[in-house]
Design a binder for this molecule. Structure first.
Ligand SMILES: [Mg+2]
Length: 240
C-alpha cells in the first residue's frame, strides 16, 4: 500500500528547469539576423531594442492578447514590416518565418544539471506536469519524456497566478488540490498562484534570493537536487 498522499507534481519551466535568459538572447539575435537577411528594411528601421519597445506597445494596445505571447510577437513583427512598406503577404510571411526562427532557438535550453535524474526519479512515483506562462514546449526537449502533460498560458488564455493553469492540471490528472505540489521560481506566479488554489508549493530559488514577502512556500530549494527531499517533507506534512 502506498503511503504517498501527493499524486501530482507540476513544474514551471523557465528558470525552474533551466536558465532561460541565454536562450532568449540567442533567439532574439537569430530572429534579427533573419530579418536583416530577408527583410532588410525593417532591420534598418528598427534596432533590436526598438523592436522590443514596439512589441511592448503592441502588447499594451491589445489587452485581449495579454496571455498570447507568441501571437503578440507575430503581430508586432507584422506591424513593423507593414510600417516598412512590405505588402500584406510579405509582412505576414516574414513575421511568421522570423518568429519560427526565434521559437526554434528559444527551445535550445540547457536544463539544470540535476534536472534529468531528479525528474526521472520523481516520475517513478508521481504524475508530472508542466505549467508555463511562456512558449516553450517541454515535449520538444529530452526531459519531456518524464512529463505526463503540459499546459501553457496561451492554451488556457490565462497566465499564472490566475488559477486556470492549476485547474487544468487538476482536471487532467484527477488529483485534488491537496494532492499536488507545484514547483516554480516566481514568488507571485508560481508560489502565490498555487497557494490560492490550495496546492503545496516549492519555491525554486536558484539565485538564492530573499523571499519577497507574503506566505512563504512549503519548501524552498536552491537546486533541483534538493527537490526529492522537499517532496518527502511535504509528504510528511500532508500525512498529518
Ligand atoms: Mg519561471
Amino acid at each position: 500500500m502506498s503511503l504517498r498522499r501527493i499524486k501530482l507534481i507540476t513544474f514551471d519551466l523557465d528558470n525552474t528547469l533551466w536558465d532561460v535568459e541565454p536562450a532568449l538572447i540567442r533567439a532574439e539575435q537569430a530572429q534579427y539576423l533573419w530579418l536583416q537577411e530577408h527583410r532588410s528594411r525593417v532591420a534598418r528601421r528598427f534596432n533590436p531594442l526598438q523592436m522590443r519597445e514596439f512589441r511592448m506597445q503592441h502588447y499594451q494596445q491589445h489587452p485581449h492578447l495579454a496571455h498570447q505571447i507568441s501571437e503578440i510577437r507575430v503581430q508586432a513583427l507584422k506591424a513593423m514590416l507593414l510600417e516598412c512598406d512590405y505588402d500584406e503577404e510579405m509582412a505576414a510571411a516574414g513575421a511568421s518565418a522570423a518568429f519560427q526562427t526565434f521559437l526554434s532557438i528559444r527551445h535550445q535550453v540547457q536544463p539544470y544539471e540535476q534536472a534529468l535524474p531528479v525528474l526521472q526519479q520523481l516520475a517513478n512515483d508521481y504524475v508530472l506536469g508542466a505549467l508555463t506562462n511562456g512558449n516553450a514546449d517541454i515535449f520538444k526537449l529530452e526531459i519531456g519524456d518524464y512529463f505526463d502533460f503540459s499546459f501553457s498560458a496561451e492554451q488556457v488564455d490565462a497566465s499564472k497566478p490566475l488559477p486556470d493553469l492549476f485547474h487544468a492540471a487538476m482536471r487532467e490528472s484527477g488529483a485534488a488540490s491537496h494532492e499536488i505540489i507545484h514547483v516554480g521560481d516566481n514568488p507571485r506566479h508560481d508560489v502565490l498562484g498555487a497557494q490560492q488554489v490550495g496546492l503545496f508549493t516549492v519555491w525554486m530559488n536558484s539565485g538564492d534570493w530573499r523571499w519577497p514577502g507574503g506566505d512563504p512556500a512549503d519548501e524552498q530549494i536552491t537546486s533541483l537536487a534538493d527537490l526529492p527531499d522537499a517532496v518527502r517533507n511535504i509528504e510528511a506534512k500532508a500525512a498529518k
